[in-house]
Every structure is written in structure tokens, then in C-alpha cells.
Design a protein around this ligand. Structure first.
Ligand SMILES: NC(=O)c1ccc[n+]([C@@H]2O[C@H](COP(=O)([O-])OP(=O)(O)OC[C@H]3O[C@@H](n4cnc5c(N)ncnc54)[C@H](OP(=O)(O)O)[C@@H]3O)[C@@H](O)[C@H]2O)c1
Length: 256
């Protein structure tokens, strides 16, 4: 194992780009050991070069499959910090996805995150300052037309994280769910939604680094949730109101 036992270890899923890579860079700058997981080999190799951190172990696994989580949790020791970040955006009308597509997406964004976390809870409890960070989405608390399965999975994992945070506070494990809005990453391009970069106003986009900084701050404080970016913090109280929601969808050009 490529680790220094004096230093804390983080397990990050989806490290090869976007928020996951920004998280890996941030923790590398703080001298952490890193267990990094993603699926695509060439993207992982590129990210590793960019990261340039010696104490790193990389695992290539498809996290939409339960057996991948089982294999990983049998291989990697309980970390001090889990960053459950891996994910994709799927865009399409309700009814347009096959059962397998829906099942895989839900496992990647929700059930697999639960399986990963729960495999480690008993051992993490014994660590010094154990923390869990779940990257959900602002879609967990606002409707996302044509991304209903994505929003449902993000909502379910948000709810799980909120309950787990309360339950684990007695055991000394900090659990924080982060709910980012639009973040400049590869996610939209991969989902065929590159046009959103033109359509959604510039002031609504935040950088992955900012998501990491604000999420880490909230996690170290023991907050159960965080919404990165001032714009999203300001609109959050109004997101459940239908008038505010119509306005929101208009600004972001999402048709309901
Ligand atoms: N960007 C946004 O606007 C935004 C907003 C709210 C929430 N989020 C959430 O933030 C998280 C990170 O997304 P991002 O925006 O940083 O996107 P990204 O740049 O596309 O990165 C996604 C990461 O997840 C990995 N991944 C995807 N599917 C995987 C699978 N089946 N098995 C293993 N790894 C997989 C990718 O690895 P590969 O290289 O192997 O594909 C990549 O490392 C996601 O959960 C996303 O839903 C993003």
C-alpha cells in the first residue's frame, strides 16, 4: 500500500474530473493519503498526471454495479474520510429510459453510495476524526424536468445523509451532504447538455474548487448539509414555492 500511516486517508469516488479531481487536489495539498476510484482508464491516467501526488492508490471500477462496491470495500481499508462523489447526469423524458438504465443510475447515485458507506461505518467509528461527504445536487430539493430519475436519486441520498448525520453524531462521525447547483465540470458535456453552458447565465455557474472549499468547511464543522455558492444559498428558501420555481426554470431554461 502506498500510504503514510501518520497521515489521514481519504477515499474519493469519481476522482478523474470535475468535483472529484478538485477534491483530490485539495486533499493532496494537505498531504493526505488518497484511495481514488473511477472507471475510465485514460481519464484516470490523465487525472493522476495532473494530481502528481505520490501517496495515491487508484482503482478502476464501474460503481453502477453492486459487485464493484463489494470488491472495493473488501480491498480498501476504512478511510478517515469518504467523498462519495461519482455520478453522471441523465437527460431524457420520463419513460424514455430502460429499467436497466434507471437501475444503474439509481445504484450509482444512491444505493451504491449507501452500500459503500455502510460497509465502512463500524471501522470508521474507531478512527480519529471520521467524516463522510456525499455530493448530492440542488436537484435534490427542486424539480428537474427531464432529469427526474437523477433528481429522485439525488433526493433519496440527500435524505439518507441527513438522517445518517443525526444518527452518527453520537458516534463521532461527521456526515455532510453537499447540494451544488451548476458547476463547471465535464458532467453536462458527457450528458449531451453542453448547450447549457450558453443558456444558463454565467452568474449561476460555480467552480469545482469552490464546491470543495465550502463542502470541506461544512464537513469539518460537522454541518449536515451545505449549498455551495451565494446565489444558491439565497434562492434555497424559495425553491419549494411554485412561483419561484417557474422563475427558476425560466432562468435555467428547463421546461416543465
Ligand atoms: N457539474 C454539476 O453541475 C453538478 C451539479 C450538482 C451535482 N453534481 C454531482 O457532482 C458529482 C461529480 O460530478 P462532476 O460534475 O464533477 O462530473 P464529471 O466531471 O463528469 O465527473 C464525474 C466523475 O464520476 C465518475 N463516474 C461516473 N460514472 C461512474 C461509474 N459508473 N463508475 C465509476 N466512476 C464513475 C467519472 O469517472 P470516469 O472518468 O470513469 O467516467 C468522473 O470521475 C456527481 O455526483 C454529480 O451528480 C454535479
Amino acid at each position: 500500500m502506498n500510504i503514510d500511516k501518520e497521515k489521514p486517508t481519504a477515499l474519493i469516488t469519481g476522482f478523474s474530473s470535475g468535483i472529484g479531481l478538485a477534491y483530490a487536489k485539495y486533499l493532496a495539498s494537505k498531504d493526505w493519503n488518497l484511495d481514488l476510484i473511477s472507471y475510465n482508464k485514460s481519464r484516470a491516467e490523465e487525472a493522476l498526471l495532473e494530481l502528481n501526488h505520490a501517496r495515491t492508490n487508484v482503482y478502476l471500477k464501474d460503481l453502477s454495479k453492486p459487485e464493484s462496491i463489494m470488491e472495493l470495500t473488501q480491498t480498501i481499508q476504512a478511510p478517515d474520510l469518504i467523498v462519495a462523489n461519482a455520478g453522471i447526469t441523465k437527460f431524457g423524458e420520463a419513460g424514455s429510459f430502460t429499467s436497466k438504465e434507471k437501475k444503474d443510475l439509481f445504484y450509482l447515485l444512491c444505493n451504491g453510495v449507501i452500500d459503500l458507506i455502510e460497509a465502512y461505518l463500524p471501522e470508521m467509528e474507531k478512527n480519529k476524526n471520521p467524516r463522510i461527504v456525499i455530493i448530492s445536487s440542488i436537484g435534490a430539493i427542486t424539480p428537474m424536468p427531464k432529469s427526474s430519475i437523477y433528481a429522485a436519486a439525488k433526493s433519496a441520498i440527500h435524505s439518507y445523509g441527513q438522517s445518517l448525520s443525526k444518527e452518527m453524531s453520537q458516534k463521532g462521525i461527521s456526515v455532510t451532504v453537499s447540494l451544488p447547483g451548476y458547476v463547471r465540470t465535464e458532467a453536462h458535456k458527457k450528458a449531451g447538455l453542453d448547450h447549457l453552458k450558453e443558456k444558463v447565465p454565467g452568474w449561476m455557474w460555480i467552480e469545482a474548487d469552490q464546491v470543495v472549499r465550502e463542502t470541506e468547511k461544512a464537513s469539518l464543522k460537522g454541518s449536515s448539509s451545505v449549498i455551495p455558492g451565494i446565489v444558491y444559498k439565497l434562492v434555497r428558501p424559495f425553491l419549494q414555492m411554485s412561483l419561484a420555481n417557474r422563475l427558476w426554470n425560466k432562468i435555467t431554461r428547463r421546461k416543465s
